[in-house]
Design a protein around this ligand. Structure first.
Ligand SMILES: CC(=O)N[C@H]1[C@@H](OP(=O)(O)OP(=O)(O)OC[C@H]2O[C@@H](n3ccc(=O)[nH]c3=O)[C@H](O)[C@@H]2O)O[C@H](CO)[C@@H](O)[C@@H]1O
Ligand SMILES: C=C(OP(=O)(O)O)C(=O)O
Length: 436
């Protein structure tokens, strides 16, 4: 088993470069299945375990996939199979994103039921409602969802009960090869939705309104492989912004797009963090004293749930009482217990967490409960007294490329080791003092 070992107390300085967005690349790779003609070339692809998983899903469906030098090449022109088995869906829920493309291409798709995960039950009823509105018959049984359509999918009006990112993407993909026009009302507005729409349009699709609550997709008869560069990862960017702020450092997060990060920037500024938009990214300068603020996670452009745990780490250092309310996922507070192990003054009240800071954070052995929690615990380790060991790194590897190396390059005292190789020596407290 591997773990990350952090010794707290170093301010971070320098420049860190953001990778392509995990949550943009997964749907874009799923969309390459729509091209019955030509190859797709997807650039700025991060080397994340999720990317390897989606590539495997595509190969298993009979597409030809190569991943080299941050570029994915997909040839999906052969006849595709129709089943995404549980071994992939279990590893990564986003495997369900192939369903819309398969259904539109093959008239049939069979995908293992994703089930729950560490952050909540995560049903996919809104995806299925969209496919049914387009004329598919959906059946759930033996751990699989099967969708089938007689002939082609038909354009339809779909109102989402919640602006689900995955449902919006799956319906956009299915609708791109449907007969007629589909309108998605109460659609998700995340930047990753816009990136997918741009890719579909490069493939010959006709998608309008992405980034607003109403998306119109005019179906076409055939889609072609296309060349596309993935947008920068706003959540990775946000995580490094917090790393700079929490350590009182000064870091340029290169590639961060301010418009994608407006809610995070607003909240960090409210806390007293200096944020400067530069030509090639966002500079973050942490203050000596952070102010407490309240946060409520919401669909975009609200505060992203994927930054909730990292922001919790930052608020642990703020002076006063803060409240974080999670409205997107029903159970995304598993990391709270781990923060408590680091001496955080924090309690859960229903869908909110109340924190009183600044906590006198202490290094401890903690376990990552999901990918953002992994990052948040490491961020906390950067300012905790003594040594923090973070385990369950498989979560981290789903969403962050070389996380510890990037932090080390900014000056963090951090390493990743195999259990048996730990050589880290604890130093006395005065050596790790932030002001030393
Ligand atoms: C690969 C990817 O892009 N993952 C992101 C995507 O996940 P994902 O696409 O799974 O998130 P959704 O927006 O679909 O889910 C948001 C909420 O809606 C609920 N829901 C969703 C679909 C559905 O059919 N029925 C239903 O009830 C979910 O249980 C959850 O409570 O958006 C989330 C919300 O911004 C992010 O945290 C994830 O990082
Ligand atoms: C929850 C996340 O991802 P996924 O939807 O892939 O589980 C995330 O990126 O924080």
């Amino acid at each position: 088993m591997e773990k990350i070992i952090v010794r707290g107390g170093k301010r971070l300085y320098g420049t860190v470069k953001v990778e392509g967005a995990k949550n943009a690349v997964l749907p874009v790779i799923a969309a390459t299945l729509l091209a019955s003609d030509g190859k797709s070339v997807i650039r700025d692809v991060p080397t994340l375990s999720d990317v390897y998983t989606i590539n495997e899903v595509l190969r298993n469906l009979n597409a030809e996939v190569h991943f080299d030098n941050n570029t994915v090449f997909v040839d999906a022109s052969r006849v595709l199979k129709e089943e995404a088995p549980f071994e992939y869906v279990r590893k990564m829920r986003a495997s369900v994103l192939v369903m819309g493309s398969l259904l539109a291409r093959n008239g049939r798709a069979r995908v293992a039921l994703p089930g729950g995960c560490a952050i909540g039950s995560r049903p996919i009823d809104q995806h299925l409602k969209g496919f049914e509105a387009m004329g598919a018959k959906v059946k759930v049984g033996n751990g699989f969802i099967e969708a089938e359509v007689n002939g082609r999918l038909q354009g339809a009006k779909v109102y989402l009960d919640f602006p689900s990112v995955g449902a919006t993407e799956n319906i956009m993909m299915a609708a791109s090869l449907a007969q007629g026009t589909t309108t998605i009302e109460n659609a998700a507005k995340e930047p990753e939705i816009v990136d997918l729409a741009n890719f579909l349009n490069k493939m010959g699709g006709r998608v309008k309104g992405a980034g607003t609550g109403t998306i119109r997709i005019e179906g076409v008869d055939v889609l072609f492989g296309a060349d596309h560069t993935i947008i920068p990862d706003r959540i990775e960017a946000g995580t490094f912004m917090v790393a700079a702020a929490i350590t009182g450092g000064n870091v340029l997060v290169q590639g961060a797009v301010p418009e994608h990060l407006s809610s995070l920037i607003a909240k960090m500024e409210e806390m007293g963090v200096t944020i400067i938009e530069e030509a090639d990214g966002v500079r973050v300068i942490g203050p000596e004293h952070l102010k407490a603020v309240d946060i409520k996670t919401m669909p975009h452009p609200g505060f992203p749930t994927d930054m909730q745990s990292q922001m919790m780490a930052l608020l642990l250092r703020a002076e006063g009482t803060s409240m974080i309310t999670e409205t997107v996922f029903e159970n995304r507070f598993m990391h709270v217990e781990e923060f408590r192990r680091m001496n955080a003054d924090i309690k859960i009240e229903g869908r909110s967490v109340i924190l009183t800071g600044p906590s006198d954070l202490q290094g401890a052995e903690v376990s990552a409960t999901d990918l953002r929690a992994a990052a948040a615990l490491i961020l906390t380790g950067l300012v905790a007294d003594g040594v923090t060991r973070v385990t369950e790194l498989k979560h981290l590897d789903r969403g962050y490329v070389n996380f510890h190396e990037k932090l080390a390059a900014l000056g963090a005292d951090i390493e990743r080791v195999k259990e048996a190789e730990e050589t880290f020596v604890e130093l006395p407290k005065y050596v790790t003092d932030l002001n030393a």
